[in-house]
Structures are given as C-alpha cells and as structure tokens.
Design a protein around this ligand. Structure first.
Ligand SMILES: C[S@@+](CC[C@H](N)C(=O)[O-])C[C@H]1O[C@@H](n2cnc3c(N)ncnc32)[C@H](O)[C@@H]1O
Length: 322
C-alpha cells in the first residue's frame, strides 16, 4: 500500500519479508523528515548537511559508493565529484565521512566502494562512449599537480589514507573483481577489471559477523573465512544511472556489518540498491541522495522489488534548495 501525506509518499512493504521478524514497513521519501515516523527513510539533500541532523552513534553500518572524481557534472549545488582539484574532492569526502563516523555506533563499520580514473592529459571533455555509457564523461578536470598525462590517479588509496589520517581504522582492502568488466580499447596497459572496497571502522573492536559471510573452501568440502578478492559480475540496469552497485556486492557487507533490525546508512544513495538489499535482509535503512531524478529511480525500484503502489500516486514532490 502506498499513500501520500503532504506531498510525500509513504510506501508500505508487502509481506515478503521474513515472517519471524517484525516487518519494517514504512519507507518515507522526503526532503524534511522532522517529527515524522519512519522505519526506513530516503532524504533528498546533501549528505554532509543531512547527516548533521542525526545524533551520535545512530547507525550500525554504512555501505556506500561516492561519485568518481571527474566523471560527471550534473550542475547541482553541493554535488561531489566535479571539484576541479583532486585535493578538494578528497577533502569534501573526508568531511562527509567524518559525519558518518560520528553517527556510526562505536562498533560500527564503513564499507566504501570507490572508483579510480586516469588523468585527462588536459582534455576538458570526452565523447560519450556508446558501447559503454558508464565511461561517458561530460566533464574532465585538469591534471592534478604532480601527475602526468596518462597517469593512473590512485583515487581509492588517496582517499583511504586521508580517512585513516582523519581517525578511521583502515581494516581491509577488498578487490571487487568484475569477471564481466567492460572491454577497453587500450593497447598499452591491461584492461581494468577491478575496483576497491575498503572496510573502515570507528574503533579497534567492532561488529563483524564473519560466520555469515564465509566462502567455500578450496576442496569445496567446507567453509573458510572470507577472502579479500570478491568476483562479482556487474548487473544490467534499465534506468539512467550509471554506477549502480550489484546486489551481490553489498550483501556480504550488510550481513557482516549488521544484525536483523539494525539501521544501515548510504549517504550517496543513487538508485537505492543498499535500501533494496537491506530490506530483503530485514535491515532498516537511511539513504541520502542529492539528485531528485535518482530518488525517483529508487522509488520506482522499491515499487518493483518490494512494494505495491496505489495508481493514484504518480510521483513525489520534493521542495527545497536543490
Ligand atoms: C556512485 S553513485 C551511487 C550509486 C548507488 N550505490 C546505487 O547503487 O545506485 C553516487 C551518488 O552520489 C550522489 N551525490 C553526489 N553528491 C552528493 C552529495 N553531496 N550528497 C548526496 N548525494 C550526492 C550522486 O547524485 C550519485 O547518485
């Protein structure tokens, strides 16, 4: 069931969730959730500013993927990823994740997926790649000082070290190996078929349900502790959002980093994959997304995957400075 209250949509999940667990019914999609009841929440706004409104030690786990540096400029105030300087991009992310750390419980974890890129050689734009829209760029920043044309920038490790200096415990790098990676037309380096996922924590001791994410042992007769290379295909996506998590990538993060009923956070919510997988695993979620067009995609995905919707409801209305 879905209903509108003051132009906001409240979606109620169907009873497909585990019957033994109290279903977390109400997903509120809004620009202002003050004094409103919710089980799960999607906020349209800037991650850093919205997180400031939440108390300390609120979330058990954060799973997220910030925008790549220098890929797209949506022209939206407060967007991250279109900073002309690499250090400004890193600093902006450090500030967002400082708020994430404050709002994370003391035994909480952050699972951070972040993409790398090459310097542009001072091209300021790149033609859309019809075969691979995810690589299409409408914007290219200048080459960072100290780097040369064609250099791999190393964004993931630069960010990981900056977060470590800011107080996070850097506990693991995980290689997300993409067996079905996009072909590249390069002839002077290997085709890139991986991204990084970092496990960062607020404290030395933290919740990590290692038994829930064990993998088959080499002889396939038993299970062993999960390794750091995860081979997971990217998934086809019918909506216009180009950097969507495969569900299989975030499942182990949710299982290891939280318990049933816990609240998980994605401050760069995009098309809402963390919310969809979280609900299926009986977690609640808060998602923050700056671009209303992507919130609309998330809303449609919730309806397709979890929710029934009244035909009277055509869309949501979001007012505010965005
Ligand atoms: C890599 S995408 C996340 C995709 C998401 N994991 C999914 O599965 O769909 C990053 C998202 O961050 C959003 N974003 C950029 N700057 C933001 C900001 N300051 N606050 C909140 N969201 C922001 C972008 O609009 C984009 O949708």
């Amino acid at each position: 069931m879905t209903e509108t209250i003051n132009d906001q949509i409240i979606c109620t999940t169907q009873s497909s969730l585990d019957p033994e667990v109290k279903p977390f019914k109400n997903i509120l999609i809004t620009c202002d959730y003050t004094n409103q009841y919710f089980d799960s929440l999607v906020i349209c706004g800037d991650a850093k500013e919205e997180l400031k409104k939440f108390p300390d030690n609120y979330y058990q786990c954060c799973i997220t993927s910030p925008p790549y540096w220098g890929l797209r400029d949506y022209g939206i105030h407060h967007q991250i990823g279109a900073e002309p300087k690499l250090e400004n991009y890193i600093n902006n992310l450090v500030k967002v994740f400082r708020e994430v750390r404050r709002t994370l419980s003391d035994d909480g974890t952050l699972w951070l997926n972040i993409g790398d890129s090459y310097t542009s050689g001072n091209r300021t734009w790149r033609d859309p790649d019809k075969k691979n829209p995810a690589r299409g760029m409408n914007y290219r920043p200048p080459t960072p000082s100290g780097l040369k044309s064609k250099d791999l920038i190393g964004v993931p490790w630069r960010l990981a070290f900056a977060l470590q200096s800011d107080g996070w415990f850097l506990r693991s790098d995980i290689i997300w190996h993409k067996p079905n990676c996009q072909p590249e037309s390069v002839k002077d380096r290997p085709t890139r078929s991986h991204e990084y996922l970092f496990l960062l924590t607020k404290s030395e001791k933290y919740l990590y349900n290692y038994e829930d994410i064990m993998e088959p042992s080499t002889d396939r007769r038993g299970l062993r502790n999960r390794r750091t290379v995860w081979s997971i295909n990217t998934e086809p996506f019918k909506y216009p959002h180009f950097a969507v998590f495969p569900k299989e990538l975030i499942k182990p993060c949710i299982l290891a980093g939280s318990k049933r009923g816990d609240l998980i956070l994605d401050p760069f919510f995009g098309s809402g994959t963390v919310g969809i997988v979280g609900l299926k695993l009986n977690r609640r979620f808060v998602g923050i997304e700056l671009n209303p067009e992507f919130i609309e995609i998330a809303r449609r995905r919730f309806i397709e995957e979890h929710l029934s919707i009244s035909p009277a409801v055509k869309g949501y209305h979001c007012s505010g400075d965005i």
